[in-house]
Design a binder for this molecule. Structure first.
Ligand code: AMP
Length: 387
């Protein structure tokens, strides 16, 4: 795959597909986190320093192929201008004559309007892909968070541009995810949590081929415990996945570890009365891993040389059910292992535990990193490799 540093960007019109799909407060005027904008600043600044004329393009939200002022990239253009300290023009659209008259000169930045205002973007339409491609001399994909989608701006247009390469954020993401999946140092430990087994079946199967230990927490643990015939009270269980969970347990042959104690409550609410139990009583639900499990998981984590973690160990949004997730975050940070954390919740957990700086890599793409971990060749990455 071509590397950004290998390409001559001077006086070229460079199209960078970024992931500026930022969270917006109701009404779409105010950005509540500019993390995704900041994540692509190194690529943008590098291209500007090298004398490129920059076109930036992103989707934002789910406008479903229709223009929607609440999903305009206007607030993003304002924030980007503040962060870059150079003028950023916002085009009224992403294709068409209004964009052509605004094409940037070297040193200038033009941000296109939301790609998904056109249904052709998600349909990976050929004509639309050609039109996007015709805007530039060089295509850079820095939108790791969208690399699992075969859309016009992530896949279609690559066939029609003379040169294509990965941006610096994309490169960083792929470097760490490849490291943990293709050539991890052992012992390698996977940690999976979150709500559903069904969302992570492929990840579990793939990680079982890679890691030495797979530690399970979150609600998905209860489907596995049910599969072992243990009582789970009214914990969240996916009834239709119990057989599959049993099959995964057999396949795992001892690699897959489940919680041995639980924090349970009668109802799920912040500050609810809770109990720590080894067997979940009827009428209660498991909302976090218990202290004994924290101890066991922490000692496995302490031995690890590679760690990959996705999904919280409990309902971490509602204290006191955040303890297990915070303790796991601290254990990962303290392990000294190469650690890759993916998914918004695990990221929040390492941040709220104040240990984000000790994680080797926090992925910016929840869905994309999960697909990568499940062994899928992401279409937005495969197309760059094939160029
Ligand atoms: P996911 O998006 O699959 O990573 O799931 C994250 C969600 O799982 C969070 O909102 C957690 O509150 C939820 N979750 C984690 N553990 C539990 C549990 N024991 N019971 C119910 N929900 C849980």
């Amino acid at each position: 795959m071509a590397n950004l540093h290998e390409i001559d960007l001077r006086d070229r019109r460079v199209f960078i597909r970024v992931d500026f799909n930022v969270p917006l407060a109701a009404g779409g005027q105010e950005i509540t986190s500019d993390k995704r904008i900041r994540a692509s600043l190194p690529t943008i600044q590098y291209a500007l320093e090298k004398g490129a004329a920059l076109i930036l393009a992103s989707h934002l939200g789910r406008p479903k192929g229709k223009r929607n002022p609440e999903m305009s990239l206007k607030p993003v253009s304002v924030r980007l201008r503040e962060l870059l300290n150079v003028p950023v023009a916002l085009a009224p659209d992403c294709v068409g004559p209004e964009v052509r008259v605004m094409l940037p000169k070297p040193g200038e930045v033009l941000l296109l309007e939301n790609l998904r205002f056109h249904p052709e973007e998600e349909a990976n339409n050929e004509a639309f892909s050609r039109e996007l491609a015709s805007l530039c001399d060089v295509y850079i994909n820095d939108a790791f968070g969208s690399a699992h989608r075969a859309h016009a701006s992530t896949v279609g247009m690559v066939a029609h541009v003379p040169v294509a390469a990965a941006g610096l954020l994309m490169e960083q993401e792929l470097k760490y995810l490849t490291m943990v999946t293709q050539h991890p140092d052992h012992p390698a430990v996977g940690i999976l949590g979150g709500a559903k087994v069904s969302d992570k079946i492929d990840v579990i199967e793939n990680l079982l081929k890679i890691v030495d230990h797979l530690l399970i927490g979150g609600a998905m643990a209860y489907t596995f415990l049910r599969a072992q015939g243990l009582p789970v009270g009214k914990s969240l269980v996916e009834e239709d996945k119990i057989d599959l969970a049993r099959h995964l347990l057999e396949q795992a042959g001892g690699k897959l570890q489940l919680p041995v104690d639980h924090v349970v409550a009668v109802e799920l609410k912040e500050g609810a009365d809770f109990q720590v139990v080894e067997q979940i009583p009827d009428g209660t639900m498991g909302l976090d891993i218990g202290p004994r499990t924290v101890e066991i998981y922490s000692s496995v984590i302490a031995q690890a040389r590679t760690i990959v973690w996705n999904g919280p160990m409990g309902v971490f949004e509602k204290p006191p059910f955040d303890s297990g997730t915070v303790a796991v975050a601290e254990a990962v940070a303290g392990s000294g292992a190469t650690s890759v954390v993916g998914g918004g919740d695990s990221e929040k957990a390492v941040k709220s535990a104040g240990v984000a700086g000790k994680i080797s890599h926090i992925s910016t793409g929840g869905g994309a990193s999960l697909e990568f971990l499940s062994g899928i060749d992401l279409p937005g990455v495969a197309v760059l490799r094939g160029k």
